[in-house]
Every structure is written in C-alpha cells, then in structure tokens.
Design a protein around this ligand. Structure first.
Ligand code: ADP
Ligand code: ASP
Ligand code: MG
Length: 418
C-alpha cells in the first residue's frame, strides 16, 4: 500500500463525463489500497475566460480581486469530482486552498507556496479511508487572509507541493499527452516519448517553454526528490494495472536513476518573446547598468543579452529579450531612462521566437551548438541572438520559422530515432 497524489489538468476535467472518467481513475488506485489525494485544475478554457472577465471589467484591476475570481474555476471542479467519487461509493471530500490551508506569499497571481498543512487529510486517510480532492492553483496568504493563485499552470505545483507535504510515494500528473516528449508532439508528430527524464533536463525544458509542467513544480520535485510521473488521463481507467511497474508515461527523477543518456534530451520553444535593440550606445563602463538597472527595478526579467565589441572603441549596440507580456513596459522603461543611457535609436520586434536545445549530456560534448547553427543556415533561418549554458543553448529567430527550426533540430539530433 502506498500514498499517491493524482493531478488532473484542464482537458482531463473539461466536462462532467471527463470528471466521471477521472473518478474511475481514482477509484482504481483506491481499490488497489492506496491513500489518494487528488489535485484538480479548472475545466479547460475556464481560467482563460475568468482572466478575460477581469480584463473586461477593468484593464488595470486589483490583483487580489483577480485571484478571487480566477481561483473559482478549481473550486467548481474539486466539488464536482468529490460528487462523482461519492457516486462511485468512494468516501471523498473537497478542499479549497484556504481550508487545508496551503499558505503562500502575498505575490498575487504568482504566489509561492510557503507551507502546507496536510495533517487533516492524512488523518482522514487513516480514520475513514477518505480521498482528498484539492483545488489546485490556489492558496491563502496568512498575513492578509486573502486567496492567492500560483501563476498559470500552477496546479502542477500544487500537486508536487502536496505530495511533498503528505510524504507521498509519487506524484502522478495526468494530462492530455501520455508523457513528456522530445518536443511538443503537437508541433512534431514524430516526437518520441521519453521513459525517464532527469529533473535538471525537465527544469530546462519547462523553463524554455514546454508547458507540460509548470517550472516551479519541477523545482519542488527536485528539492524534495519527489518522483513525478506524467501520464495520460485518456487511457481507459479499467485498462490500467495499478500494480504494473511502469504504465505508459514519463518518470521525472534523479539523474542517477537514468541508465541511457543522449547528448540532447529535447527541444523547447517559446513564442512569448520580444526583442529590443538599443542602438549607438557609448562603449564604456556603466552603460549596461544604466539599461538593466531600471528594467530590474520595474521587475522585468531580461533573458538573452547580446552586445558587440565596438569597432572604433566608441559606440556599439546592445540587444536583449523580455517576455512579450512585459514588452510595452520594457520599452517605456528604456525610453524613460534615455538621458542616462544615451542611445541614438531603439529597434524592437515581437514576432520572434526562442528555440532551445536541452541535454545534460552537453556538459561533456563539444560542438553540439555548432551543428545546429549549420543546420539552421541550410534552411535559411537567420539567428538574431544566441545564449548558451552548461546544459542548453537557445537561438532567437523569426517566429514564422519556429516549427521549421524545431523540426530541423529534432531530426538533426536524431530525437525521432529513439
Ligand atoms: P494540463 O491542462 O493537463 O495541465 P497543459 O496544456 O498544461 O495540460 O500541458 C500539456 C501540453 O503540453 C500538451 O498538450 C502538449 O501540447 C504540451 N507540450 C509542450 N511540450 C511538450 C513536451 N515536450 N512533451 C509533452 N507535451 C508537451
Ligand atoms: N487553471 C489554471 C490555469 O489554467 C491552473 C492550471 O491549470 O494548472 O492556469
Ligand atoms: Mg498545465
């Protein structure tokens, strides 16, 4: 007998029929003798609708009220799943973030989990074999007593944090794909499912745009050494053997548990990027600080940075990227700081995308990136900027070429071959 967290994403709870399907997945594990805590997302599309309603009510709205509104999607699905479980004869109770409680920081719309009290649900596992159905994505700030949310995709993080808090044996993430693939299977149908992936590689994949897991959930998995298993909720519940050693899916685990290792693990991409070039700045100490200081003060995350060494020792250009959602604010911030920076012109582009190649095997292999640059040039894809780190490199390209670039790199590194 073990203890499991089972998390179901938006498409898995998109309507009543699917919620009933989820209930059968849960019943299978309960019948196998496990203690089960379930974490649910809002129905597919619901959170987008709620976010849009806030924007319609007022473009500049109070983040505390935004959280009060958007947290409601998960309130509905947690109650509905508890009802569906009860209808199957399973003892079940729903829990909102504030009821457990799941304590978070007060950073509304992107709060971080501080502490979870799993005592009551663990007690109920023992006392009455009760399944806990927990609303994902939401928590409460203990200082203000207000509802908070964890950022988009945050139910993954709720699930892993709860798994750690109740000392679960595993955290199963049920979604609309049957695992983590070498790249987004919607873009590259030949993408291959990985049986296992190391926390580190998954962390990079998620941070560089593979939205199958929220970045923070992978971080938590790594910190608590909590195995995360990504699998499909569309497999028929009755066809799955709860005792099988590994059903179809991807296990995210420590590097030491991975036998075969490829140089490149996967490819991620993000179209949520914007590029700003600051032209003709003086090539002297303090200029970069004059640009990035105000951006940091405005809480804008700068990602890629490229600066040329000037030919004449006098002026140069500096290019950087920011999330598309911060683009307007970033432009405004740089324009406001014009006198201090002393530039001649600003150029910008929002139709850009970042494609990243990830693999912890790169640590011990040279020339991996060089191969990519050649392959992209053969497809006439121009690279606007490049960044590298120990286990990944990224290129910034025109957004129109994203799919072509991802497919080209996917075959270059033979990721479709297994
Ligand atoms: P959920 O609603 O269950 O949380 P998400 O839509 O957040 O599901 O995440 C699942 C989606 O992530 C998949 O449908 C897939 O298109 C996308 N995705 C992106 N990159 C990958 C990848 N490398 N492997 C699997 N899925 C990926
Ligand atoms: N419902 C939230 C969202 O759409 C949280 C989640 O699904 O993980 O972002
Ligand atoms: Mg998700």
């Amino acid at each position: 007998m073990g203890r499991l967290v089972m998390k179901f994403g938006g498409t898995s709870v998109a309507n009543i029929e699917r919620i009933q399907n989820v209930a059968r997945h849960v019943k299978r594990e309960v019948d196998a003798g496990h203690d089960v805590a379930v974490v649910v997302s809002a129905m597919a599309g619901k959170t987008n609708e709620l976010v849009a309603w806030c924007r319609d009510a007022s473009p500049m709205h109070d983040a505390r009220e935004y959280d009060a509104v958007v947290a409601s999607g998960e309130q509905v699905t947690s109650g509905l799943l508890a009802i569906a479980l009860q209808a199957l004869g399973i003892q079940a109770r729903s829990w909102q973030g504030w009821q457990l409680p799941i304590k978070t920081s007060d950073a509304h719309a992107s709060a971080r989990i501080l502490d979870i009290d799993g005592g009551e649900i663990v007690k109920r596992f023992a006392d009455r074999n009760e399944v806990a159905v927990i609303a994902g994505f939401q928590g409460i700030n203990p200082g203000t007593g207000r509802i908070t949310t964890l950022g988009r995709g945050g139910s993954d993080t709720s699930a892993v944090a709860i798994a750690a808090a109740i000392k679960a044996d595993r955290c199963d993430i049920y979604t609309d794909v049957d695992g983590v693939y070498t790249t987004d299977p919607r873009v590259v149908p030949r993408a291959r499912r990985l049986d296992r992936i190391a926390f580190e590689d998954m962390l990079e994949l998620a941070s560089q745009g593979a939205k199958v897991l929220q970045v923070r959930s992978v971080e938590l998995g790594m910190v608590h050494n909590m195995p995360i298993f990504v699998r499909s909720s569309f497999d028929k519940p009755e066809d799955i053997d709860p005792h099988a050693s590994q059903p179809p899916g991807t296990l995210i685990c420590g590097e030491e548990e991975i036998m075969e290792s490829h140089v490149v693990t996967g490819i991620a991409f993000s179209k949520d990027e914007a590029q700003i070039s600051v032209r003709h700045i003086e090539d002297k100490p303090g200029v970069a600080a004059a640009i990035f200081g105000p951006l940091a003060a405005a809480n804008i995350n700068v990602d890629m940075i490229v600066q040329n060494v000037s030919e004449d020792g006098k002026t140069t250009d500096l290019t950087f990227t920011v999330p598309a959602s911060d683009f307007d604010r970033a432009l405004e911030t740089i324009t406001d700081a014009r006198d201090r920076i002393g530039y001649k012109r600003l150029d910008s582009a929002t139709d850009v995308a970042k494609v990243s190649v990830i693999g912890s095997g790169m640590r011990s292999h040279a020339g991996v990136a060089a191969q990519a640059f050649r392959a992209l040039s053969e497809k006439s894809i121009n690279i606007r900027a490049i960044t590298t780190s120990e286990i990944k490199f990224s290129v910034l390209i025109d957004a129109a070429y994203t799919e072509l670039a991802v497919r080209t790199l996917h075959s270059l590194y033979e990721l479709d071959k297994g």
